[in-house]
Write a protein that binds this ligand. Structure first.
Ligand SMILES: NC(=O)C1=CN([C@@H]2O[C@H](COP(=O)(O)OP(=O)(O)OC[C@H]3O[C@@H](n4cnc5c(N)ncnc54)[C@H](O)[C@@H]3O)[C@@H](O)[C@H]2O)C=CC1
Ligand SMILES: O=C(O)C1=N[C@H](C(=O)O)C[C@H](O)C1
Length: 251
């Protein structure tokens, strides 16, 4: 058997990080060499000889982790949310000075969620109306979800490419937030409910018909095949890759 990929997990005590630790330990071609959480020195990751680090931390920490480990020549798989065009551009610029290092940032590693986003973007040009609803556990720290932002942006881009006008909406809000957040002209609604894990619905409407695309992650194991795929491939993808769809022939 060829050499195992040496993997570090950042945020290892968290809901996702602890699930990734188990998945890496169970994968015969991967070796867990470091599992760190808040307060740990990232030098431990480098000293352990990690080739790939997986980051499931918090939006306020993830970009700093990425820059520090890119400097050390470690490839990164990032699932933490909070990324925007500016922070992604900073990583892209940094990677231009570190040829050979790869960073993959994906808002959702569940294969069904990635497919739902792709289907929604494909369908968007054929519908007058569209709204996105994301539903999560109440311990989630951010809203809207990274997945919902990514979904809405892709839908907006597809609508723009098809020269569709704005989504019709004659409503005046009598209470702020009643119509959800506006992501590139697409309304996004966030539900937080005990018992949920991670769910998304894309509603597409035309006169007399509705298409609903829904994805449910009932358990965090749903994210693991995508995370492990990214760990295995990121070293062969220098530069910045955004979205697991890039690895699934869906982009
Ligand atoms: N891309 C995807 O498929 C998914 C992404 N997520 C995202 O992953 C992130 C983590 O989610 P959860 O695991 O539910 O959160 P969590 O709160 O359970 O875990 C976060 C962990 O990161 C640790 N942490 C904080 N700062 C750190 C630092 N500087 N270095 C190392 N560890 C640090 C915390 O102590 C905690 O243990 C969120 O942004 C969430 O939206 C969650 C599920 C799937
Ligand atoms: O915090 C979560 O749980 C999740 N976060 C990601 C997001 O914000 O899109 C992915 C998934 O929805 C679970």
């Amino acid at each position: 058997m060829s050499e195992r990929i040496r993997v570090a997990v950042l945020g290892a005590a968290g809901r996702m990080g602890s699930t990734v630790v188990r998945a890496v330990q169970d994968a015969p071609d991967l070796e867990l060499v470091a599992a760190v959480d808040a307060g740990a020195d990232l030098a431990a990751v480098v000293d352990a000889g990690a080739q790939v680090a997986v980051d499931f931390t918090v939006p306020s920490a993830t970009e700093g982790n990425v820059h520090a480990l890119v400097d050390a020549g470690v490839h990164l798989v990032v699932g933490t949310t909070g990324w925007d065009d500016d922070s992604l551009a900073r990583v892209r610029d940094h990677l231009a000075d570190r040829p050979g290092v790869g960073v993959l940032v994906a808002p959702n590693f569940a294969l069904g969620a990635v497919l739902a986003m792709a289907f929604a973007a494909r369908a968007a040009r054929w519908f007058e109306s569209v709204e996105v609803i994301e539903l999560h556990h109440p311990d989630k720290v951010d809203a809207p979800s990274g997945t919902a932002r990514h979904t809405a942006s892709a839908i907006a881009a597809a609508r723009a490419a098809a020269a569709l006008g704005p989504v019709p909406d004659a409503t005046t809000q009598s209470l702020d937030g009643a119509r959800g957040a506006d992501v590139d002209g697409v309304r996004v609604h966030s539900v937080r409910l005990r018992g949920l894990v991670a769910h998304e619905e894309i509603l597409l409407g035309n006169a007399g018909e509705q298409l609903t695309i829904r994805h449910d992650s009932f358990d965090r194991v749903s994210f693991m095949p995508g995370v492990l795929l990214a760990v295995r491939q990121v070293g062969a993808r220098p530069g910045l890759t955004v979205g697991l769809e890039q690895l699934l022939d869906l982009a």
